[in-house]
Design a protein around this ligand. Sequence first.
Ligand code: PRT
Ligand code: ZN
Length: 285
Amino acid sequence: MEKIRLAIQKSGRLSEKSLELIKECGVSYASGTGKLLANCYNFPMEILFLRDDDIPGYVEDGVADIGIVGENVLVESNKKVKIIDTLGFGRCRLSIAVARTMTYNDIQDLNGKSIATSYPTILGKFLKEKGVKAEIHEISGSVEIAPGIGLAEGICDLVSTGSTLLSNGLKEVETIFNSEAVLISHKGISAEKQMTIDKLLFRLNSVKKAKNTKYILLNAPNASIAEIIDILPGINSPTVQPLAKVGWSSLHSVLNADDFWEKIEALKKAGAEGILVMPIENLIA
Ligand code: PRT
Ligand code: ZN
């Protein structure tokens, strides 16, 4: 199998989660501080550590075959790569915020104003679509202090909890787009490398499914089993085994994390007792 090169953020908000995902896919690598390139022991891959802003370009050029980057950085970069998976971490939104004291009714209130941002491309496109004429001030960091120091009236920046906006006296007025970490791929991948990428994608998929699924065990009177199977259909069908207690059975199945509590309530109503829920490490359906 041909070796591939994966680019991830060297140090920042996506680094830890990116490495965690690689480990969860059963891939171990030679770690060392300050290294730019790490070789993987048990998978034909090497890891290239970069600034996140450089990842789309390296993948476009094929210096890295695949990469993990925030969708916000990818879209802003305008680089031509393929998104091959969404990874469910690094979630945030790119929003416009203004001083809390500013009157804001709708987006037209931004006409004639200046907005500081590190995302001039995305912001420019958004304002154009909305027919708003505002001045864009491109700055590379600490965007949230721009209104306070009189550099701009508004900002366009990433928000996750909103506490940075709050502590800088700003209010969020428009959300431009929602972002999360994505796995991107070079456009001209060879068939041999694609086989390695597919192998990694298969593992990623199993890890993602497992994270979203829990293993559930419960006891119930035999008369309730049919109703419980309707609530918990499992992957193919649940396992039902008799308990030592006459007229009772134990049922094993899987449960989707999204509607976890609704299902638990329904199970209790149906007569389930001793419900045990456990995490799953991998799920190959
Ligand atoms: O050094 P390098 O260039 O690699 O890193 P960086 O400093 O450019 O990026 P980094 O590590 O800060 O963020 C990497 C990626 O994490 C971003 O591109 C996003 O995809 C994602 N991400 C998720 C975030 C946030 N959440 C986030 N909250 N990136 C930045 N923030 C910042 C935001 O800019 C603001 O300053 O956090 C502040 C707001 O957070 P709250 O919680 O106060 O709202
Ligand atoms: Zn960056």
